[in-house]
Design a protein around this ligand. Structure first.
Ligand code: NAD
Ligand code: LMR
Length: 331
C-alpha cells in the first residue's frame, strides 16, 4: 500500500479543526489514491471533546484514513509529520485587530517551532493559520533551524478566495474564470489584493470591470476587512472558509500549478520584489508539486502597488519588533 502522508493539525478541536479534518481524511487535499494519517494536537482540557470528533472520523469510514492520534504534547503530535497545519490559538473578537492576538498567541509558536524542529519528518512543510499568521510563522520558524526556509507558509489563500469571489460577482462570471489574483503582504488590513494583474477568462480583469474606483474604494477594503465583517455577522471568526483555504493552500503546494495561473501564500522572503529577506510575506507563487515552489517573477508592480507592498513590509517589521523576545536563533 502507498505510504500514508502524515498530517499534524494543531487546535484540532476548534472551529476550523472541525471543518478541516474530515476533508483532509476524505482525500480533498492529496487526491483519491493517497492514504493519510492524522496527528492531532490540543490543549489537555480539549482532548475529551476532540475524542468525540475522532469518533466521528471513525464513523465516516474514510477509506484513505489509515490512523488518527490525538495528544497534548507537541513532539508526539508532530512525530514524523510530512505536513503540519498550525491552527491552534485564540481567534479575535469583534473590535480587535489580528495583531492584538500577538502576545496571546505568539508564545505558542516558540515551543511548537522547537517540536517541529525535533520531531517532524525530514520533508516537513508547515502552514500557519492561527493569527497573526505571518508573525506566528516567523516565531515558529525561528525555533526550527533544521527546517529549511522554503518549508514555511502562512495562509493568505482565504484572502485570495475572497478577492476572486468579489471580482467574479462584480463581473457576473463564474469564479473559476478568475485567475492570477495575488494577495501581497500580511494577512491583515494592510494586505494588497492585486486586481491589476488578475485575469477573467484570460483577459485583464480591469478591461472587464472598467469602474476603476470600484477596485480602490470597494474591492480592496472589502477583501482586506472581510474577516472582521464575518466576525461581526457570525459572532465568531470564519471557520469553514478558513478550513477550505487551508486545504487549498496545501493542495496548491502539493500539486503542480497550471500554467495559466498562480496562487498566494506567505513564504520566507528571499528579497524578491524588494521585500526584506526573512520576512514572512505573501507573494504570487507557483508549485512544481510535492511542496516545491517558487515566487512568480516579473509581475507588474506600479507606483501605487509599490506603496501598498511597502505598507505590508512596514507592518511586518513592526510585528517582528513586537515579538523579538519570542524569536529563536533561526531568524
Ligand atoms: P477556536 O477557538 O475555535 O479553536 C482554536 C483551538 O486551538 C481550540 O480548540 C484551542 O483549545 C486550541 N489551542 C489553543 N492553544 C493551543 C495550543 N497551544 N496547542 C494546541 N491547540 C491549542 O478558533 P478557530 O476559529 O479554529 O481559529 C483558530 C485560529 O485561526 C485563530 O487564531 C484565528 O484567528 C485563526 N484564523 C486564521 C485565518 C487565516 O486566514 N489565516 C482564518 C480564520 C481563522
Ligand atoms: C479571517 O480572515 O477570517 C481570519 O483571519 C479571522 C479574523 O480574525 O479575521
Amino acid at each position: 500500500m502507498t505510504t500514508p502522508i502524515r498530517v499534524a493539525v494543531t487546535g484540532a478541536g476548534g472551529q476550523i479543526g472541525y471543518a478541516l479534518l474530515f476533508r483532509i481524511a476524505s482525500g480533498a487535499v492529496f487526491g483519491p489514491e493517497q492514504p493519510v494519517a492524522l496527528q492531532l494536537l490540543e490543549i489537555t482540557p480539549a482532548l475529551p471533546s476532540l475524542g468525540g470528533t475522532i469518533m466521528e472520523l471513525e464513523d465516516c469510514a474514510f477509506p484513505l484514513l489509515t490512523d488518527v492520534k490525538a495528544s497534548d504534547k507537541a513532539d508526539v503530535a508532530f512525530g514524523d509529520a510530512d505536513w503540519v497545519i498550525l491552527v491552534g490559538g485564540l481567534p479575535r473578537k469583534d473590535g480587535m485587530t489580528r495583531a492584538d492576538l500577538i502576545r496571546a498567541n505568539g508564545p505558542i509558536f516558540t515551543g511548537q517551532g522547537k517540536a517541529i524542529n525535533d520531531a517532524a519528518g525530514p520533508n516537513v512543510r508547515v502552514v500557519t493559520v492561527a493569527n497573526p499568521c505571518n508573525t506566528n510563522c516567523l516565531i515558529a520558524r525561528s525555533h526550527a533551524p533544521k527546517v529549511a526556509a522554503d518549508r514555511w507558509f502562512a495562509m493568505t489563500m482565504l484572502d485570495q478566495n475572497r478577492a476572486s469571489a468579489q471580482i467574479a460577482m462584480k463581473a457576473g462570471v463564474p469564479v473559476g474564470s478568475v485567475k492570477k489574483v495575488t494577495i501581497w503582504g500580511n494577512h491583515s488590513d494592510t494586505q494588497y489584493p492585486d486586481y491589476k494583474n488578475a485575469v477573467i477568462a484570460g483577459v485583464p480583469a480591469t478591461s472587464v470591470i472598467t469602474d476603476a474606483a470600484w477596485f480602490t474604494d470597494t474591492f480592496i477594503p472589502t477583501v482586506a476587512k472581510r474577516g472582521g465583517a464575518v466576525i461581526k455577522a457570525r459572532g465568531a471568526s470564519s471557520a469553514a472558509s478558513a478550513a477550505n483555504a487551508a486545504i487549498d493552500t496545501v493542495r496548491n503546494l502539493y500539486h503542480p500549478t497550471p500554467a495559466d495561473t498562480w496562487f498566494s501564500t506567505a513564504v520566507v522572503s528571499d528579497g524578491s520584489y524588494g521585500v526584506p529577506a526573512g520576512l514572512i510575506y505573501s507573494f504570487p507563487v507557483r508549485s512544481k508539486g510535492e511542496g516545491n515552489w517558487s515566487i512568480v517573477p516579473d509581475v507588474a508592480v506600479d507606483d501605487d502597488a509599490r506603496k501598498r507592498l511597502d505598507a505590508g513590509v512596514a507592518e511586518l517589521i513592526s510585528e517582528r519588533e513586537a515579538v523579538k523576545d519570542l524569536l529563536g536563533p533561526a531568524v
